[in-house]
Design a protein around this ligand. Structure first.
Ligand code: HEM
Length: 183
C-alpha cells in the first residue's frame, strides 16, 4: 500500500481538533451532525457498472476542518497493483435542521475527470444521503447526469456507496467501500 497513504501524508495530517483537549480550533457547532466523519479513513472498495468490467480498489478518505462551518473532503484511490485511480475533493456543510428530522446538508465536489457535482441531502444519526442537483462536465468528460451518494457509520466502519446515471445508463450502483479509521 504505497501511493494512497503516501499522497495523503504529504498533504498533511487531518485536523480532528473537535476532540476535547486537542490543540486547534473547535469544531464549528453547526457541524455536530457530521462530526462522525472527521479524520482519516482507509479500506477496500469494489466497483462495477453495466458498461465496464468490475474492479477493486483501495481508498483513503479524509474529512478535516479548520473551525469554519464546513468540512474539507479529500479522497484518493489506488488499484490492486498500487497504481493511482480516481481522486476527488470538495466541501460538505450543514444547511440547517430538516423539517422531517435530521439536518439538511450540502456538498460540492470536483473530479479530475472533468466532473463537478453539487449535491444536497440529509444527515440523520450517522447516515448521510446526498443526491446531485447539478452535475457540470468539461467538454471531454464522460457523460454523468446524476449521482447519489451515501456515507454511513456501521459497526465502526465508514460505509461509502455511489450510484450514478451516466453514459446513457439509468441510476445504477458504481462504488461500494468499507473503511476504518487510520490509527
Ligand atoms: C472510488 C472512486 C472511483 C473509482 C475507483 C472508479 C473507477 C472506475 C473504473 C475502473 C472505470 C472503468 C474505466 C474507465 O472508464 O476509466 C470507471 C468508469 C467510469 N466512472 Fe468511475 N470510479 C470512481 C468514481 C467515480 C465517480 C465519483 C464518478 C462520477 C461521479 C465516476 C464515473 C465514471 C464514469 C462516467 C465511467 C465511464 C463508464 C463507461 O465509460 O462506460 N466514477 N470508473
Amino acid at each position: 500500500m504505497g501511493t494512497v497513504a503516501g499522497a495523503v501524508r504529504s498533504a498533511g495530517p487531518a485536523r480532528v481538533a473537535y476532540l476535547p483537549g486537542m490543540a486547534g480550533p473547535d469544531l464549528h457547532p453547526s457541524l455536530a451532525p457530521l462530526a462522525f466523519l472527521l479524520g482519516d479513513w482507509e479500506g477496500e472498495g469494489e466497483g462495477d457498472y453495466p458498461t465496464i468490467d468490475a474492479f477493486t480498489y483501495r481508498e483513503r478518505l479524509t474529512f478535516s476542518h479548520g473551525g469554519r462551518p464546513f468540512l474539507t473532503y479529500l479522497q484518493l484511490t489506488e488499484g490492486p497493483g498500487g497504481d493511482p485511480m480516481h481522486t476527488e475533493t470538495g466541501y460538505l456543510r450543514v444547511a440547517g435542521p430538516a423539517s422531517g428530522g435530521g439536518h439538511a446538508v450540502e456538498m460540492v465536489l470536483a473530479q479530475p475527470t472533468g466532473v463537478a457535482e453539487v449535491l444536497t441531502g440529509l444527515a440523520v444519526d450517522h447516515d448521510v444521503h446526498l443526491h446531485s442537483t447539478r452535475v457540470a462536465l468539461t467538454p471531454t468528460a464522460k457523460r454523468v447526469d446524476t449521482t447519489a451518494r451515501r456515507l454511513r457509520l456501521h459497526g465502526g466502519r465508514l460505509v461509502v456507496d455511489l450510484s450514478m446515471a451516466a453514459v446513457g445508463e439509468p441510476l445504477t450502483h458504481h462504488l461500494h467501500s468499507e473503511l476504518v479509521p487510520v490509527a
